[in-house]
Design a protein around this ligand. Structure first.
Ligand SMILES: *Cc1c(COP(=O)(O)O)cnc(C)c1O
Length: 429
């Protein structure tokens, strides 16, 4: 679900005309729909309503303060992977007591900061980390709430770079070792309080089966840990996939439906498959969606600079590059690209949409059927709200794009475009 649609042949985000925004604020420009984020949160919240649950939004998907503040006001918690993300959550008005701290390499400074702020739980990924948290907590005279991330060795059937629940991935502790780890920690780490168990098998899952397989495999383990260590929560992680091939529900043109075999995982299928298995546990269930919450809530606006017709290909050279949106080249991510002004004819041409960066991997789309667009025209790269701006960089000394949050007909700049002075800050010749 998303709130992007053509109205009078111009692409709108909610009631805001995107070309007007692009002309006013320049491109590349990220635009987010607050209504879409809100609706995603509320729909997931409803789907999990039969469970005592907490949605811990995965901050790394989109960490803009305005996005975090929106989710905090809806009552959401946060899954963080660094001290920096905790700092953001607090700045945005989020509650540390609703934060879980994931990641394989937490540093002393991060552990101390999280303990001082009173986070809900550290989700630890190795026994060495548990022992280190125990040590740091002892030095601060605190008890650290901990859970262990279990690696259930389940194939999430997603892109290799976003699969996390197989034994060969660096994440979590092997399923078979978990009980021994809990026993040792309970005996030998007096400054730890065992609070739960966590898993996260991967990202952009478009089929419910891996979730079901993982839950089925891990639930008996959770029951055993609950009996022995009186834990209070089980976190099922994030990973709910989104549909990158959405209809903009207007007009006859359906040329963006390039790949109809993509079947998104619906919330209904997800909830119906896992809620009945989780309910009998009688525990608090945590869910850590990132992409689901914000992916389809954001677009990246870009302007066509030049066209180049080569012997093998036609290139549309645009002003957004892989430094602004790295998903196409890093994950082979497919993003729908549409003109802000809806084309009058259904004519299409096969083009590569490429950025200005000096890398052959700098493309937003390859061999894509697009309506004819010329220099000066604006395009929207859809479903860019997750792992878009948060993965942007200053490569090629390009300032990071501005970010805008739309609510109805109101558009607010929630991060100004970087200046070159910003980019060079801290450097000395
Ligand atoms: C990245 C991450 C998530 C969110 O994944 P999505 O696919 O964006 O939902 C959740 N939990 C953990 C531990 C993560 O690392």
């Amino acid at each position: 679900m998303h709130l992007f649609h053509y109205q009078n042949a111009r692409l709108h985000c909610e009631a805001t005309d995107l070309q007007t925004l692009a002309e006013k604020h320049g491109t590349p420009l990220y635009v987010y729909s607050k209504g879409t984020i809100t609706s995603h949160f509320q729909r997931l919240d409803e789907a999990l309503a039969p469970l005592n649950h907490l949605i811990c939004y995965a901050v790394k998907a989109n960490s803009n303060l305005a996005v975090l503040s929106t989710i905090a006001k809806l009552g959401g918690g946060f899954d963080i992977v660094s001290g920096g993300e905790l700092f953001r959550v607090i700045k945005a008005g989020g509650d540390p007591a609703k934060c879980t701290f994931a990641g394989v390499g937490k540093t002393r400074a991060e552990i101390e900061y999280a303990l001082q702020q009173g986070i809900y739980c550290f989700n630890a990924e190795s026994e060495a980390e548990l022992r280190y948290i125990n040590l740091v907590a002892g030095e601060l005279g605190k008890k650290a709430p901990v859970a262990v991330r279990v690696n259930p060795n389940v194939d999430a059937k997603t892109h290799a770079k976003i699969t996390t629940g197989k034994s060969e991935n660096k994440f979590g502790i092997d399923f078979d070792q978990i009980l021994d780890v809990y026993d040792r920690v309970a005996r030998e780490c007096p400054n730890l309080v065992i609070k739960g168990l966590q898993m996260h098998i991967g990202s952009q899952l478009t089929n419910v089966d891996p979730f079901v397989e993982a839950v089925r495999k891990v639930v008996p383990l959770v029951e055993q840990i609950k009996a022995e260590h009186r834990i209070e929560f089980f976190s099922i992680g994030g990973g709910i996939g989104i549909n990158y091939r959405q209809s903009l529900d207007s007009g006859p043109a359906t040329w963006w439906e390039e790949n109809p075999e993509a079947h998104p995982l619906t919330l209904k299928t997800y909830a119906e498959a896992i809620v009945p298995q989780l309910q009998p546990l009688g525990l608090r269930i945590l869910c850590e969606p990132g992409r689901f919450m914000v992916g389809n809530a954001g677009v990246l606006l870009t302007q066509v600079l030049y066209e180049k017709r080569g012997s093998a290909k036609t290139f549309k050279i645009v002003d957004a590059g892989m430094n602004d949106l790295i998903r196409p080249t890093l994950y082979e991510g497919w993003h729908q690209i549409v003109p802000l002004k809806q084309p009058a004819s259904a004519a299409l041409e096969k083009v590569d949409v490429v950025g200005p960066i000096c890398e052959s991997g700098d493309f937003l789309a390859q061999n894509r059927d697009l309506p004819p667009v010329a220099g000066g025209d604006y395009l929207a790269v859809l479903s860019a709200g997750a792992y878009g701006f948060t993965m942007a960089s200053n490569y090629n000394t390009r300032p990071m794009p501005a970010e805008i949050l739309v609510e109805g007909s109101t558009a607010r700049v929630v991060r100004g475009r970087q200046t070159l002075e910003d980019v060079l800050k801290g450097e000395t010749p």
